[in-house]
Ligand binder design. Structure first.
Ligand code: PEP
Length: 257
């Protein structure tokens, strides 16, 4: 299949982490809707905390913004205090889940194995996973970036064939929340590596349609350059997604507005 970037619609996702109360969640969404009025050709996803998914859904209305959870569990039901099943997300209209974010790997013991279980369970319930991979600064400096990414991909996607459901987010750990983004060349190199991995494992038809997002200090001042890379299909954005003006500017830039 001939490479055709038009096949991959840009996706701009906001990871709101542990921020905002219910009123702020609704207000932020309403502001983003107002600031992006008339913009089309891009998928927009926001990930508030679990308790405010409902408030977010009400604020979203018919705007076309979609909801993501920041995590999900792999079991459907049972004695798993504190967990949330993929079907419960689907039940309230939450069609996406971020899985394997580096903060979950660092603070909550997430492993490639749990990423794999969560990803499989999400796909089964019709919830689209945004699977995060990325190297630490020490790993980059020792030249291990590709090895680390490959290990995370191999483990996270073991026995998974429903790739078109899936989005991969390349998030170098050293760029998350630090204000120091990867250069567009660094991002493109890793994105091309991930696409090459997809092609080797699943063939060009799959590799050409799976969207690979960049995450790590993306903001309105650097988004245009990063989003112009041929293998960067959007952004997973933390800090800047909490500011309606900044997040909306990135959405506009993703479609050249
Ligand atoms: C993130 O946490 O996914 C992220 C990319 O954060 P930030 O944009 O703040 O670096």
């Amino acid at each position: 299949m001939v490479y055709n970037p038009a096949m991959r619609k840009k996706l701009i996702a906001g990871n709101w982490k542990l921020n905002n109360n219910s009123l702020q969640t609704g207000d932020l969404i309403r502001k983003i809707i107002a600031l992006t009025a008339g913009i089309s050709g891009v998928d927009v996803v926001v990930a508030p905390v679990f308790p405010f998914l409902h408030a977010a859904r009400e604020a979203i209305g018919s705007s076309g913004i979609e909801l993501a959870a920041q995590d999900v569990f792999w079991e459907e039901k049972g004695a798993f205090t504190g967990e949330v099943a993929p079907s419960m997300l689907a039940d309230i209209g939450c069609r996406w889940a971020i899985i394997g974010h580096s903060e979950r790997r660092q603070y909550f013991g997430e492993t490639d194995e749990t990423v794999n279980k969560k990803t499989k369970a999400a796909i089964k319930a019709g919830v689209r996973p945004i699977v995060c991979v990325g190297e630490t600064l020490a790993e980059r400096e020792s030249g291990a970036t590709e090895k680390v990414i490959e290990k995370q991909l191999e483990g996270g996607f073991r026995d998974i064939s429903e790739f078109p459901m899936t989005v991969i987010a390349y998030e170098p750990v050293w760029a998350i929340g630090t204000g120091k983004n990867a250069t567009s060349q660094q991002a493109q190199d890793v994105h091309a590596f991930i696409r090459g991995w997809l092609k080797a494992k699943r063939g060009s038809d799959v590799a050409d349609v799976v969207r690979i997002l960049y995450g790590g200090s993306m903001k309105s001042s650097n988004a245009a350059e990063l989003l112009a890379c041929p293998d960067v299909d959007g952004g997973l954005i933390g800090g800047a997604s909490l500011i309606a003006e900044d997040f909306s500017a990135i959405i506009r830039l993703s479609v050249g507005k």
